[in-house]
Design a protein around this ligand. Structure first.
Ligand code: BES
Ligand code: MN
Ligand code: ZN
Length: 504
């Protein structure tokens, strides 16, 4: 589907469908009023008769409205004007797209992007509309024999903005929204892929494919043999019980100066997490195919970055492995020597993500990173703490916390910072090794981050726990594409600072 932005009068639009808002109780939006005027009160009469109240989620589809040049008018409920929330705005856009798709309008002009949301501007409204529209159109039907194709899907959607002087910002919002959406789609496609197909090798092949597609990306694959030479024994221990060998895939994006230090994104890529010898319970275990959601989001963010052609250097890493029980699998009681030299007593083979990540976090020192952000479906405890809509952020670095929370707020891809006070560290004490791989039940998300912090002393580092946000369970089971939007926003902001610094 094609998206456009423009700034025009509703009464002058000649389109298959024109979309305008109705507020509660039965009040037309400004664009609606303009249409009402030329139609000599046709719309306001319908409202007075009670055909649509204006509640969020309501729609009323009209044909041949007098004097209106567009073939159809779609009235969309927007709730109380002053109380319109960000979540409702996204809902309203999704509902509009679904309605347009089902009703055979091939193209449409939408005035909902003019709605006002407290503290937000036109850039935000357009970008969120594009992201919400793309998200609502997504489905994963690669493995369905009969795909339910819409007969006459929406082909072209134009978002209108209030004034011509906002067009440049709206164009930028459109460009950003499209890049983020294409990254989020790549993330979802990869994460939804079944674990018999999406193996660590498959992740490596996808990373390779980005290299072929984008000039500025060059991919490097580190295989088991190289990892053995590098002494990444903690990472390798996790993969030992699986017939699918581990691969660590590095996508180098070179958009900045040669001497510019890279930003590094590390994604946990457990293509299946059975728990290993500390086997997980059977119910819902299929969802552990999503334990590579962090890696999928890094993959998506790299794609968005390449599409935006940002002037920075970034390395995206997919830390691929599969955690399986087997006679040669690692076991509780094992003591592993990590690449850093620190030793770890394994008390639970299901706390495998940190064992993979710790060696990657040591490995990346060689790149002298500007900063490192890891993204991981690391702890079930994070779902208990923050639920399914907010990712956990942990970092000892104030500046990085500020930047990531800012990016989260700007993109609407929510995150919340949890503390990492040093008192938590002692939960990781082990009688036999430098540390244990679990810290007990209290504050499980934080102790997992504390474990990782022991491997990140030589650079600025932040950790995003996306266990609750990377996918949805239930009837609409599927990857969410998060936190691609947050990560891309973080990179956009970094590149803007870079440009201002270069110019000053
Ligand atoms: N991948 C899981 C975390 C997870 C669980 C994410 C459920 C989303 C939903 C991780 O590898 C894991 O198993 N963590 C354990 C850690 C525990 C053994 C300390 C957990 O959270 O139970
Ligand atoms: Mn696990
Ligand atoms: Zn896991």
């Amino acid at each position: 589907m094609e998206f456009l932005v423009k700034s025009g009068n509703p009464e002058k639009q000649r389109s298959a469908c024109i979309v305008v808002g109705v507020f509660e109780p039965r009040r037309l939006s400004q664009a609606g009023e303009q249409l009402d005027e030329i139609s000599e009160g046709y719309l306001s009469t319908l409202l007075r008769r009670g055909d649509i109240e204006g509640k969020v989620g309501q729609v009323l589809f009209l044909h041949h409205v007098p004097n209106v040049l567009s073939e159809r008018v779609l009235l969309v409920g927007c709730g109380k004007e002053r109380e319109l929330t960000e979540t409702q705005y996204k809902q309203i856009i999704a509902k509009t797209i679904a309605t347009l798709n089902d009703t055979g309008s091939l193209e449409s002009i939408c005035f909902l992007s003019e709605l006002h949301i407290k503290g937000r501007d036109t850039y935000w409204a357009v970008r969120q509309a594009v992201e919400a529209a793309k998200d609502s159109l997504y489905n994963f039907d690669q493995f369905k024999t009969n795909k339910d194709n819409t007969r006459r899907p929406l082909r072209k959607l134009t978002f209108n903005v209030p004034s011509r002087k906002e067009l440049a910002r709206a164009e930028l919002a459109l460009q950003h929204g499209l890049a983020v959406s294409s990254g989020a789609k790549a993330c979802k496609d990869l994460a939804n892929m079944p674990p018999n197909i999406c193996t660590p090798l498959y992740l490596a092949e996808q990373a390779q494919a980005l290299d072929e597609r984008f000039d500025k990306i060059s991919t490097e694959i580190v295989d088991t043999e190289q990892m053995t030479e590098l002494k990444m024994d903690s990472y390798l221990a996790v993969a030992k019980g699986s017939d699918h060998p581990a691969y660590m895939s590095l996508m180098h994006y070179n958009g900045g100066r040669e001497d510019q230090k890279p930003i590094i994104l590390v994604g946990k890529g457990l293509t299946f997490d059975s728990g290993g010898i500390s086997l997980k319970p059977g119910a819902g275990m299929d969802e552990m195919k999503y334990d590579m959601g962090g890696a999928a989001s890094v993959f998506g963010a790299m794609k968005a970055l390449a599409k935006l052609d940002l002037p920075i250097n970034v390395i995206g890493i997919l830390a691929g492995a599969e955690n399986m029980p087997a006679s040669n699998a690692y076991r509780p009681g094992d003591i592993l020597t990590t690449m850093s030299g620190q030793t770890v007593e394994v008390l639970n083979t299901d706390a495998e993500g940190r064992l993979v990540l710790c060696d990657v976090l040591t490995y990346v020192e060689r790149f002298e990173p500007e900063c490192v952000v890891d993204i991981a479906t690391l702890t079930g405890a994070c779902i208990m703490a923050l639920g399914h809509n907010i990712s956990g952020l942990m970092t000892p670095h104030k500046g990085l916390a500020h930047e990531l929370l800012n990016a989260s707020n700007q993109s609407g891809d929510k995150a919340w910072q949890l503390p990492m006070d040093e008192e938590f560290q002692k939960q990781l004490d082990s009688p036999f090794a430098d540390m244990a791989n679990i810290g007990g039940r209290p504050a499980g998300t934080i102790t997992a981050a504390c474990f990782l912090s022991r491997f990140t002393k030589n650079y600025n580092w932040a950790h995003l726990d996306v266990a609750g946000t990377a996918w949805k369970s239930g009837a609409n089971k599927g990857a969410t594409g998060r936190p691609v939007s947050l990560l891309t926003q973080f990179l956009i902001n970094r590149s803007e600072n870079e440009t201002t610094e270069a110019n000053s």
